[in-house]
Design a protein around this ligand. Structure first.
Ligand SMILES: [Zn+2]
Length: 297
């Protein structure tokens, strides 16, 4: 099913946790919004739209910045909002980084469902990709091409047995595929942790909120949620970053080894090159009946 109307949440809800990089405690409040208000963070009374124009740092996460206020690590919540079809919401935050929770988007989705998902009066607006767009950096690239639905692929290439040379495609026409992506946790290598901490990152990281590899071994006692959990998490990050376009995208997006920075370059290029058309749901219903943009009803 395609989402025909814009969505928000029914009532306010609070989520508490700690920031993955900052290590600081944080409370966010999800607040209902009206049609066409969009997704906005509120920090110290500054309203920061969740749009690529405000994204400015991509060091192991995506951050938004406006008028001296920063909100870090927005990508997992953005993916949760994408999967729940939420177009309009305010997210009030009392610290600088979103809670990492279990390292995935799953708890955010559960909380959004708990708050209640409501359809608003205005029709949903989609960004329909109309031409091929490619961004690259070294051997990494992201390619988007027009497609009558939405597909997001991540192709990994690591010198590691578990992550290795795997590929995963999120395809909403496969029922509940969003859970494969939404439940995949963030990950890192033990070898990287010292480097990250020296840079002031990953201060809140633990086996509670990240998969940690030591070479080819998983250090978490519970093991992996999926055999290919890391590559599924990269799809989650891609989907969350793509939603900073401000509209759900219709197209086939393929990332080879891309990260937050390349994701952001891709979204920026879509805008700079006018590579998409904005269309009301009713205008494209027939063309993209297979879309299943409303994976949660
Ligand atoms: Zn992530």
């Amino acid at each position: 099913m395609i989402c025909q109307y814009q969505r928000s949440i029914r009532r306010e809800i609070e989520i508490k946790g700690i920031g993955l990089h900052s290590g600081l405690p944080v409370t966010i409040k999800l607040i209902p919004a009206e049609s066409d208000e969009g997704i906005n963070f509120i920090k110290n009374d500054v309203v920061i739209p969740a749009r690529i124009e405000y994204a400015n740092s991509f060091e192991f996460s995506t951050s938004l910045f406006k008028d001296g206020e920063t909100v870090r690590t927005v990508e997992h919540l953005m993916a949760a909002l994408y999967f729940t079809g939420i177009d309009n919401i305010y997210i009030k935050i009392d610290s600088e980084e979103l809670p990492i929770l279990d390292g995935s988007a799953f708890i955010f989705i559960e909380k959004i469902k708990e708050a209640g998902i409501v359809s608003l009066k205005e029709e949903k607006i989609y960004a329909v990709l109309t031409e091929e767009v490619v961004v690259s950096e070294g051997d990494k690239y992201i390619k988007g091409r027009p497609y009558s639905g939405f597909l997001a692929t991540f192709h990994a290439s690591y010198n590691n047995k578990i992550i290795g040379n795997r590929k995963y495609t999120y395809d909403p026409t496969n029922k509940n595929d969003f859970l494969n992506v939404a439940k995949a946790r963030t990950y890192c290598f033990l070898e990287e942790i010292e480097f990250l901490r020296e840079k002031g990152l990953a201060k809140g990281g633990s086996l509670e909120n990240a998969v940690v590899f030591e070479g080819d071994t998983v250090l978490n006692p519970e093991g992996l949620r999926f055999e290919d959990e890391p590559v599924k998490h990269k799809v989650l990050d891609l989907i969350g970053d793509l939603y900073l376009l401000g509209l759900p995208l219709i197209g086939d997006i393929h990332s080879f080894k891309g990260g937050h920075k390349l994701n952001a370059s891709f979204v920026t290029k879509l805008i700079d090159e006018n590579a998409f058309e904005t269309r009301y749901a009713s205008e494209i219903l027939d063309e993209i009946s297979q879309l299943r943009s409303c994976v949660i009803s």
